[in-house]
Design a binder for this molecule. Structure first.
Ligand code: FES
Length: 221
């Protein structure tokens, strides 16, 4: 099912329906074995979420909330109505305190990365004029992240920026629908967040323990 066939989640289907749509969209995309965008298809993209309203010391110590810690899929959230090539959009996801950044690269790909540096939680900025894809830059200690992958390319940040999975709908609006932890693959992130709640999806993703989920599902019918 194409994303174009889905109405915006609000007003409309409730959070559960949105979660089901998001799960199906992500499953389809991962089944295609790609998270890069395709111009002839509405896109699921990796972006970043995770701004924290807390200090970097707590983040570095792992004692405070970090982006992607949720074990369940967050409720989809509108990022922006439109995002032109070479432009970025700041938003909050999955929580109201979680700062995030979506970027439309010059080739049309949508990417995004946490607006919270993985070093000491300073704000990460988008710099369009740095190379073909631009870069994500942390001014506190000259940290630099690859705009297409979120990987660290310079400076002291110890980990890639966490990602958010996005969809772009037929009207051009961009929605955040799921998150990943720093360095976590899309499959790992979805298996973790779907857990036992979507056994059919976890089987298709071949998540660890998915067969157990299948047995549980059959046992209920
Ligand atoms: Fe970003 Fe130090 S806080 S490089």
């Amino acid at each position: 099912m194409s994303l174009t066939e889905h109405p915006p989640p609000s007003p409309g289907p409730g959070p559960q329906a949105d979660g089901d749509d998001a799960a199906e969209q992500l499953r389809e995309r991962i089944s295609a074995d790609s998270l890069t965008t395709r111009r002839d298809y509405l896109r699921i993209v990796a972006t970043v979420s995770g701004g924290l309203a807390v200090g970097g010391i707590g983040v570095a110590a792992g004692i405070l909330h970090r982006h992607g810690d949720s074990e369940t899929l967050p409720e989809p959230r509108l990022v922006t109505d439109q995002l032109a090539p070479g432009r970025s959009a700041a938003f909050r996801f999955p929580g109201d305190e979680d700062r995030a950044l979506a970027v439309r690269l010059t080739d049309g790909s949508l990417v995004g990365y946490s607006a919270v540096c993985t070093h000491l939680a300073c704000a990460v900025l988008w710099r369009e004029d740095r190379g073909a894809d631009g870069e994500l830059y942390c001014p506190c200690h000259e940290g630099v992240f690859d705009a297409r992958t979120g990987e660290v390319t310079a400076g002291p940040p110890p980990r890639p920026l966490p990602r958010i999975f996005l969809t772009e709908r037929a009207d051009g609006s961009v929605w955040a629908i799921a998150t990943a932890r720093s360095g976590e693959s899309a499959r790992e992130a979805l298996c973790r967040q779907f857990g036992d709640s979507r056994p059919a999806v976890t089987r298709q993703l071949e998540c660890p323990g998915a067969n157990g989920g299948a047995r549980t599902e059959r046992g209920r019918t």
